[in-house]
Design a protein around this ligand. Sequence first.
Ligand SMILES: NC(=O)C1=CN([C@@H]2O[C@H](COP(=O)(O)OP(=O)(O)OC[C@H]3O[C@@H](n4cnc5c(N)ncnc54)[C@H](O)[C@@H]3O)[C@@H](O)[C@H]2O)[C@@H](O)CC1
Ligand SMILES: Nc1ncnc2c1ncn2[C@@H]1O[C@H](COP(=O)(O)OP(=O)(O)O)[C@@H](O)[C@H]1O
Length: 281
Amino acid sequence: MASWRTWTAEDAGIWIAAPIDSDDKYTRGVLGVVTGSDLYPGAAVLGVEAAARTGVGMVRYVGAAHPSELVLQRRPEVVCAPGRVQAWLIGSGMDADNRPEDDATRLRAALADGVPVVIDAGALDLIGTATGPVVITPHFRELASALAAAGGSAEPVPTADAIAADPSGWAVRAAETLQVTVLLKGHMTYVADPWGTRLCVSAGPAWLATAGSGDVLGGVLGALVATHARAVSADRSALSMLAATAAFVHGRAGERASAGGPIAALDIAEALPATIAELLA
Ligand SMILES: NC(=O)C1=CN([C@@H]2O[C@H](COP(=O)(O)OP(=O)(O)OC[C@H]3O[C@@H](n4cnc5c(N)ncnc54)[C@H](O)[C@@H]3O)[C@@H](O)[C@H]2O)[C@@H](O)CC1
Ligand SMILES: Nc1ncnc2c1ncn2[C@@H]1O[C@H](COP(=O)(O)OP(=O)(O)O)[C@@H](O)[C@H]1O
């Protein structure tokens, strides 16, 4: 059995793309985002904020009117018009059981685009419909639901408690069952893919266990994937490296935001530029 490699600051630094003199916004990479809902509009704001602060050429946000308005209020640089993207982030702040038809259409279009997709929270039931490379970012309950939605496994579907008792084992089983790259969130984050990559990340303080923290992680990973589209098409394990880097950057930003005290999710996003500068230095 492959052993778990602990992801380091040096590893993370290699997977952050700093712009070069000849870059423009499109050569850096555009992230498309389908997140948020009338129920959870804040998740859209947090993910977009995190993507913008991780560094990406442009964010295209495609969502319902209310979250779109809040996203634009916070981040006027976001473009809400349709267009080409290098990667998608979908599902944060959505509820698969209450999916408006407009959101279903937007999610279908993103999943049919053929570019890499980061699938979170309320889009995890759609993993099997993606046409491009996929990385999923569930917590324990979400992984249990995703495995239940996928069905067809020889093993009985695990409960969230069973996953919590063996997160590394379930990250691997999920990668093999679902045939996607899995980033399983928790105090220790495990990244596994169907091709044998096994990475673990323990960068952050337990203060990160706060509402919206995972929505920020989604934005960080979305930006990293959009800025590494070529690496992802050249090497199927690249998504694992990017996922581990996202968890590392998120953890370090959490440490910086916390300085030993409590954190609100937006604090993590605001700590990202300085965290990335430190990792690139
Ligand atoms: N600001 C925002 O807009 C936020 C949106 N979020 C979004 O919210 C959606 C649902 O995420 P969840 O992680 O909550 O989904 P889950 O379905 O994993 O968690 C909900 C379950 O947690 C349990 N639960 C709820 N309240 C509890 C309590 N007080 N004590 C113990 N157990 C409790 C219940 O069993 C409930 O069914 C996702 O789309 C997510 O992205 C969250 O990320 C939080 C922040
Ligand atoms: N005890 C913990 N210690 C460190 N990090 C944690 C801990 N619990 C959760 N996290 C991190 O915080 C984030 C929580 O994500 P998630 O559960 O999706 O929250 P939300 O849905 O509220 O955004 C993940 O990145 C996870 O790795």
